[in-house]
Design a protein around this ligand. Sequence first.
Ligand code: MN
Length: 286
Amino acid sequence: MREIVAASTAPGGHWVGDGFPVRSLFSHMNGNNESTPFLLLDYAGPAEFAPTGQPRGVGVHPHKGFETVTIVYQGEVEHGDSTGRGGVIREGDVQWMTAANGILHKEFHSQDFTRKGGTLEMVQLWVNLPAADKSAEPGYQGIEDAQIPAVDLPDGAGRLRVIAGSYAGVAGPARTFTPIEVWDVRLGAGKTVTFDPEDGHTVIVVLLDGTVTLNGERALTGAAQARLSREGGSFTVAAGTDAKLLILAGAPIDEPVAAYGPFVMNTEGEIRQAINDFNAGRFGRL
Ligand code: MN
């Protein structure tokens, strides 16, 4: 059985722009790369927003060297980027944005959500790229709810949506540069499920809501995360209440990480270059 290597409950929150009150459940900015290929996971909300006329969010900003994955649970987020792509990410939708060689984008509440107000709940996950792919062309996958297959878990334990990778032979729609699983899991109170990700892969259990016990030994109350050993086979999740989780698994990228804000490269020299390129307007226009 995989061991629980590290676990933590959500720290205090901070705002990203004026639209996203987030808690960082794990982050490469803490100075380690143990979560590789995953860098960071911000959980926004659930938070109530009153109706208003001016969309809240984050204005034009760059990213380089990795991918951002936005999973919307409640509310609507509108995106536009320097490749000319954009759109509204609605409940159940996922946006998989490849910053790679450099992109500018903006992230705001949608016009409709802004006008009506309501509950916003979303996750933004940062996925690293191998050195060889950090100079790839920027890309964008707008994945709609209906494209994401849902699998019933054994014994009526709940439901698993395959966003990336595969589960029980069912493949998810996201195209990834390295082998990655992203599973959106809902468990019913009192149910237990065994998961068996590939040996050698980093595994992170992200509990967004509810109470679960991992491997019959470690209780977690959302929001929280636990990182498991890369070897050891399976692990179990027993739900004490109805629970909402993201299970992340992926092949580690064993390369150095040099990071500064929205840039994640391999060396400090590449970070300086990225800052210079951004300041010189080489990230395109938006
Ligand atoms: Mn961004």
